[in-house]
Each structure stands twice: as structure tokens, then as C-alpha cells.
Design a protein around this ligand. Structure first.
Ligand code: PBG
Length: 347
């Protein structure tokens, strides 16, 4: 009759409900939970986007993305060093380009003296072990605010690819480790691979934004870069949020054209797309936890309505569970800091 004696009635005198399967047994303590944990998150899974500008020598906060700023090239280098110290090892650069350098053909995008190639070179000089990625698309440099060249009100596919190839080669020459085409033109991955290889940049990888949706979640990013579409929307090149199978078409094409990683964007509303691609392609998958998702968590946290740290770490883990290897998130450095604070850099 001791406390541990086997009993066949509960404390109301009723029989225990008889069940063989009690999944709670595998959750009964932190030790057991950690033994059966299926997925892990480490700072090395996270890629930190960094906005850069040269409009002034000030670090300029972005109102719709509290905690994020347009960095000077010097403060960008500090951001890279800070991330590296916390175990975040990859970074992707996004430039804000002054209006007077924007044209329809976006020729500034392959200026070897432009902001991005200089920024890449500075990052690699300061932190050679950091993985530096660049975004390939015309929109920051386009006076039309579109990812491609506009002729007769249409975004022209193949002519745009010519520019994207020059942009990618320019970034590769500057030392970029990966280029990330975010433009959604047809055939650009294969064209970029050939253009890079033709110059011997066989080590420069392509992280293709494979399944990139025409999304309202990019709003704060467009504020950050002053890159809102000049007319219309991006629905003739970015995907319809209603479509899932279409993402498989894009992903398999990009894989066949030589992509090294496939990206899904936005993040949380598209976890099913990550999983669907994971099930059919074996390349690493990157998920982009985009600006609007960041802004919503920040807003909820500022109001005191949600626990920012807990929500962010849960969200990032959910990307891993869905099948993402890499997560691009504005929270990368903060999340790594939180993981380090807990003395547990592998959640
Ligand atoms: C540019 C680009 C965009 C984002 C990444 N690259 C914006 C867009 O396509 O309009 C959005 C990222 C974010 O919202 O965090 N092609």
C-alpha cells in the first residue's frame, strides 16, 4: 500500500482508463523530451539580412521594422562581426539605391564600384569565414520599381536575364559566396550558372528564390529600400498565393538548372510549400521569414500582447520541422543571442 504501489483504481475509486498508448510518457520530463526531440535549431542555420545605404553616414532606423536599420558600410561590418561572434555565419545584403541612380534597365546593378560589390569586399576582408550572399534582382535599381526591365508596361523576361547575369558576375568578382536570384524570371538560374561558370566562378553558389509568392508580407522591406512597385503589382512574375503545385514546378526547374539551394518565401504562411518541396527535392531548402512577419511580431511584442523571444524561437523551430535547412530572418542575431544567453546554442 505504499505511494508507489500499483493501483487499479484512481483516486475517485474508478478504474484507470485502460490504454496501452500514452504519448505523454515521452513528454514527462525535460530529459525525456530532449531524448526524443526530432529537430534542432542552431545559429548556424540562420542567415541575417542586412540593409545598406550611402545616403549619409548615419545608421537610419526603419520605422516599419523596429530594431532594423539601413546600415552604413562600416556598421554593416560591425553587424557581420556581431553575428559571427554569436554563431550566425551567413549574411545577405540589400542595398538602398539613390533615385538618381535608378533606370529602367537598372544598369547600376552591375557597377563594379556600386554599393553591393564594395560592401561584399568589405565583409570578406573583415570576416573571411563569413558566408556573404547577395540578392539578384533589378528592383532596388529600377526607376519602375520592378524586378525586371519594363517595356510597354510589361516585365520583359529574357532581356532582364542579361542584366541579372551581369549583376551576378559583378557580385562574384567582388567575392560573394552565393547569389540569390529573387526576380522570378523564367530560366534565370541556368543562365546565371552559365554566366558564373564562363568566368570561372564555379565556387559561387546559387540560392534560388524558387517559390516566391506575390505577397503583402514584403511591405516593410519595400519601405526599407524605397522599392515599392512604380505601377501595378508583381503578379506576372511572383506566384499566386493560392497555388501549391506550381511551387513544385518552379523548384524542380531550378534544381535542374543548377541551383544549390531552393528558397521559399514568405515563411510561416507557406510552411506547407516548404514541406512539399522537401518531399520531392533533395537540395537544401532555405525559408525566408520576411519583413512583414518580423513587423507583426515586433508590433505584438511592443503592445505586450505576445512574448517576443518565445514566439521567435518557436517560429524558427517550426521552419526546421517543416523541412527548412536555412532560415533567413531579421531575427537571426537576436535569436542567436537568446540561444547563447540560455547557454544552449542548440535548441
Ligand atoms: C527583391 C526582394 C524582395 C524581398 C527580397 N528580395 C521584395 C519584393 O520582391 O518585392 C522581400 C524580403 C522581405 O520582405 O523581407 N526582389
Amino acid at each position: 500500500e505504499g505511494a508507489n504501489a500499483a493501483v487499479d483504481t484512481n483516486n475517485k475509486g474508478d478504474a484507470w482508463v485502460s490504454q496501452m498508448q500514452r504519448p505523454r510518457r515521452n513528454r514527462k520530463s525535460a530529459g525525456v523530451r530532449s531524448m526524443v526531440r526530432e529537430n534542432f535549431l542552431t545559429p548556424a542555420n540562420l542567415m541575417q539580412p542586412i540593409f545598406i545605404h550611402e545616403d549619409s553616414d548615419q545608421v537610419v532606423p526603419i520605422p516599419s521594422m523596429p530594431g532594423q536599420s539601413r546600415h552604413t558600410l562600416d556598421s554593416m561590418v560591425e553587424q557581420v562581426k556581431k553575428g559571427m561572434a554569436l554563431g550566425v555565419k551567413s549574411f545577405i545584403l540589400f542595398p538602398k539605391v539613390p533615385d538618381d541612380l535608378k533606370t529602367n534597365f537598372a544598369d547600376e546593378c552591375y557597377n563594379p564600384d556600386g554599393i553591393v560589390p564594395r560592401a561584399v569586399a568589405m565583409c570578406k576582408a573583415a570576416c573571411p569565414e563569413a558566408t556573404i550572399c547577395t540578392d539578384i534582382a533589378l528592383d532596388p535599381y529600377s526607376d519602375q520599381g520592378h524586378d525586371g526591365i519594363v517595356l510597354d508596361g510589361k516585365i520583359v523576361n529574357d532581356m532582364t536575364i542579361e542584366q541579372l547575369c551581369k549583376q551576378a558576375v559583378c557580385h562574384a568578382r567582388a567575392g560573394a559566396d552565393f547569389v540569390g536570384p529573387s526576380d522570378m524570371m523564367d530560366g534565370r538560374v541556368g543562365a546565371l550558372r552559365m554566366a558564373l561558370d564562363a568566368e570561372g566562378h564555379t565556387d559561387v553558389g546559387i540560392i534560388s528564390y524558387s517559390a516566391k509568392y506575390a505577397s503583402a508580407f514584403y511591405g516593410p522591406f519595400r519601405d526599407a529600400l524605397d522599392s515599392h512597385p512604380g505601377f501595378g503589382d508583381k503578379k506576372t512574375y511572383q506566384q499566386d498565393p493560392a497555388n501549391g503545385r506550381e511551387a513544385i514546378i518552379e523548384a524542380t526547374l531550378d534544381a535542374a538548372e543548377g541551383a544549390d539551394m531552393l528558397m521559399v518565401k514568405p515563411g510561416v504562411p507557406y510552411l506547407d510549400v516548404i514541406r512539399r518541396i522537401r518531399d520531392v527535392v533533395d537540395l537544401p531548402i532555405a525559408a525566408y521569414h520576411v519583413s512583414g512577419e518580423y513587423a507583426m511580431i515586433k508590433a505584438g511584442a511592443e503592445k505586450g500582447w505576445v512574448d517576443e523571444k518565445a514566439i521567435v524561437l518557436e517560429t524558427l523551430m517550426c521552419f526546421r520541422r517543416a523541412g527548412a535547412d536555412v532560415i533567413l530572418t531579421y531575427y537571426a542575431t537576436d535569436a542567436a543571442q537568446w540561444m547563447n544567453d540560455e547557454g544552449n546554442v542548440c535548441l
